[in-house]
Design a protein around this ligand. Sequence first.
Ligand code: AMP
Length: 418
Amino acid sequence: MAKLTIKDVDVREKRVFMRVDFNVPMEEKDGKMVVTDVTRIKETLPTLKILVDKGAKIILAAHLGRPKGKREATMSLAPVAEKLKEMTGYKVSFVDDCIGPKVEQAAAALKAGEILVLENVRYYNEEEANDPAFAEKLAKVADMYVNDAFGTAHRAHASTEGVAHIVTKRGGKAVAGLLMERELKFLGDELEKPARPFVVILGGAKVSDKINVIDRLLEKADAILIGGAMAYTFKLALGFKTGKSLVEPDKTNVAKAALDKAKARKVQFLLPSDNIVAEQKDTGKVNKKGKPVFDIVNPRLNSSDNIEGEAAGFDIGPETAKSYAEVIRKAKTIVWNGPMGMFEDPRFAEGTNAVAKAVVEATQKNGAKSIIGGGDSVKALNKAKLGNKVTFMSTGGGASLEFLEGRVLPGVAALQDK
Ligand code: AMP
């Protein structure tokens, strides 16, 4: 069911409490925290523009990092409010709390079209606990609730769920922002009846993270292409040797079940036929977290289905990349989540880049709808400067995976239906 959005409601002169994703990367420079990437702020601007133009009194709530219920100065949203002001020229003010008299006074002083940014909601443990009394305190300044933070919609927290329920119980509206609306459209509606062939590309570290998505999409997809370390758990399930590759031996049964389901449903299920392998060498050093640091040495092509001895697979090989690209180029709908290898290291990025190029080609030349399910695939596309050449890139990592699994996200469920 489609959700009400800010376009469906009258916001003039109303105090609109909006949950946004301002969890931006920051760095300390000359003793001050500065925002190093404004992407997430930028993504809220279309929704903010509508609210400002329509004369809402806007109150923005967000979390930053993991302060675990404490006032961590390095996780204050003050620099984000500053940045938002600088980027938009809007009248933006900041209050150093998210509940209480100071917030109520600042909200009462807001004029139509003005924005108040609240301090980090995770300075209170009650936020993540979805504490009803805390949600009441947040909701005190809200005539209406908007959620534009898809990336946290899979969490039932006070600012993502609790406030929405309180506002609606009072007879107010709880609606989606434009970014949230786009996420629901592409990850949800557009995949209800996908144009065919529908090709799903899944990579990343673990089968256990993606198995529910695989299971769900096996019911819709024409082809599923597997890369990343998770491919090796599938190979192990088929009886191949995987050397020292990152595998989950206790997940071979679920991998096997997925392979059987693919066969039964006649879904093309492709695994790598060649790999880039290397050895991990212990440096004797430990990192900040006390974990041993390894060097990855002697990268080379392994054209066999088996990976022997001390070698581990770190990327799909050129033959696999070529055959995956052929399938992708013919697709009309594409969902991609997870890199094909350890793409952060350029020696193991070629498989991911080849898939990225094929996805772009299918989109640009074949008119395919390409939906990138957040996380590292978005990073990889941006790194290759191809981010603007696909149909949609999700802003959610965990949230987009859960949504693709067909799960109800509490932050979405709390919004009103059209
Ligand atoms: P995920 O968060 O599950 O999408 O996994 C992404 C991470 O998996 C990235 O940091 C990759 O470096 C890592 N990764 C992908 N392929 C491999 C591989 N073959 N071996 C080790 N790590 C990998």
